[in-house]
Ligand binder design. Structure first.
Ligand code: ZN
Length: 491
């Protein structure tokens, strides 16, 4: 990777990148065109998305091969690669060094000499990936291996596919000389997976003026496909808020040969057992209510019946239980969730420790507060030896993006057209994305991986053998370009 982070001119850099990858990866042998002919000067950005997708697939492969496992991230290498691809197209990128070895890339296509940030559209993707346990993969996680029509690799889905599709979109607009009615901004971020010092929070604090926008498209929502047909599109408009809370049990330390009832380990274990069996009361945000309404219309009768009963007085609680058991993600969408994730106590087998700790990862519904939930847990645990301690760096509740904005309407219309009339449902993700930080800055941010995926594909995200089918990737590139063209190009 040394070539990638050298300080030579960008043209030389790109040549070096090409030579480097040509050396390690027989792209053609894997079914990837090694040197696709760039699509030049099309009259419409949508004119030849097939050729564009072939180019984008090469960018995806090469991005997967740049190992950006976070920690440590090392996104600077990917940032230089992305910058080189943009520069080759005559788009001027800026690499923002966020921390040593870590950087973001920003680039802009202008609609006019004076930018209006409130109208601008931001395309966001992150360059870092979570770790991969090589022993559990059937292929090299950083090999960008093509197998059975799939591209395998860490980041094939999350989030390098989106990164490559965003690249394809801005490049298509540039090549076609599209007349824009708003600025289109490309942003490749770092440190999304760990959310640390190099994350979008820092980027916004230091460089907001470089990518301030009124609208954004990011990861976070999904195109759910089954048996080759798109079932529905979940368009993320809001997300839950992550808070870590320590459970701390105290008791007298002593010799293990003389046990007493106030053992901290025993009290902690009892508290964790109660918390594990607890279910916070369900309540429904507008987004979740509309999600279940839409999903009911395409679900089988039995499930649909319960979805329609969620807020009834007589059958509501039963419906909530049935659906939470049928799909744990649905359970998490309707209530604050609590997952015990870490335990620690003791230093020696024959010493009773004076303290025992557990960590809870809590995901609050937007609008809920940790104090109310901890009040309920304190009552539930009902043990003076046990207390709760909220950990620093809790997520911040962000406003929900509007379900009435022009951009929401465009995504809705295009996605439904492109996916054979499949319903587009507003979605509140149980997980957090960079979008919450954008929403806190008045951006109408929506989450959508535009690539049709099956439940089976989704299970591999952050897991083993992450992959994306080439057909899905191509479709996603086309859909993204269609959305952005509809929203930002003057007809
Ligand atoms: Zn991601």
């Amino acid at each position: 990777m040394a070539l990638l982070i050298s300080n030579r001119g960008t043209r030389m850099l790109l040549q070096a990148v090409t030579i480097f990858f040509a050396g390690v990866l027989p792209l053609a042998a894997q079914g990837i065109p090694p040197n696709p002919t760039p699509v030049q000067a099309n009259p419409s950005p949508l004119a030849d998305t097939a050729a564009l997708s072939r180019e984008a697939l090469v960018w995806l492969a090469q991005l997967i091969q740049i190992n950006t496992t976070n920690p440590p991230g090392n996104e600077q290498a990917a940032a230089k690669y992305v910058a080189a691809v943009l520069e080759k197209e005559g788009i001027t990128p800026e690499v923002l060094e966020v921390a040593p070895g870590r950087g973001a890339v920003v680039a802009r296509l202008r609609s006019s000499a004076i930018s209006d940030p409130s109208r601008a559209l931001l395309l966001v993707a992150h360059m870092d990936v979570v770790g991969a346990d090589r022993a559990r993969w059937t292929v090299d996680p950083f090999g960008a291996v093509m197998k059975d029509g799939y591209m395998y690799g860490r980041g094939a889905l999350d989030d390098k596919s989106m990164l490559a599709a965003n690249l394809a979109t801005i490049i298509a607009l540039k090549r076609s000389n599209a007349r824009l009615n708003r600025d289109v901004i490309f942003l490749a971020t770092d440190d999304e997976e760990a959310g640390g010092e190099a994350s979008i929070k820092t980027l916004i604090a230091r460089n907001w003026d470089k990518f301030a926008a009124g609208f954004a498209l990011n990861e976070g929502g999904e195109v759910i496909s089954k048996g080759g047909k798109v079932q529905y599109v979940a368009l993320q408009a809001s997300e839950k808020v992550s808070v870590n809370v320590a459970v701390i049990a105290k008791g007298p330390a002593g010799h293990a040969s003389v046990p007493t009832k106030d053992n901290a380990v025993v009290h902690l274990a009892a508290a964790v057992a109660k918390i594990g069996a607890y279910s916070a009361p369900a309540h429904f945000t507008t987004v979740v209510r509309r999600y279940f309404e839409g999903l009911a219309s395409i679900s089988d009768d039995e499930i649909a019946k319960w979805m329609r009963s969620l807020e009834t007085t007589d059958r509501g609680e039963h419906a909530q239980r049935v659906l939470s058991e049928a799909n744990p993600q649905w359970g998490s969408m309707m209530r604050d969730s609590i997952a015990p994730t870490m335990l620690s106590a003791g230093v020696r087998a024959n010493v009773i420790p004076g303290e025992a700790r557990a960590m809870l990862n809590i995901r609050l519904l937007p609008g809920d507060t940790i104090d109310v939930l901890l009040g309920a847990l304190t009552k539930l645990v009902n043990d003076p030896q046990v207390r709760f301690e909220v950990q620093p760096n809790a997520g911040l509740a962000a406003p929900t993006s509007s379900l009435e904005s022009d951009f929401y309407a465009v995504i809705n219309k295009v996605a439904s057209q492109e996916f054979g009339g499949a319903p587009v449902l507003p979605y509140q993700s149980p997980w957090a994305t960079d979008s919450s930080q954008l929403r806190l800055h008045n951006v109408q941010a929506y989450g959508l991986w535009p690539f049709p995926v099956t439940d089976e594909d989704l299970k591999r995200m952050h897991g083993d053998d992450e992959r994306l089918s080439v057909a899905s990737f191509n479709k996603g590139v086309q859909v993204l370009l269609h959305i952005v063209s509809d929203f930002a190009v003057t007809k």
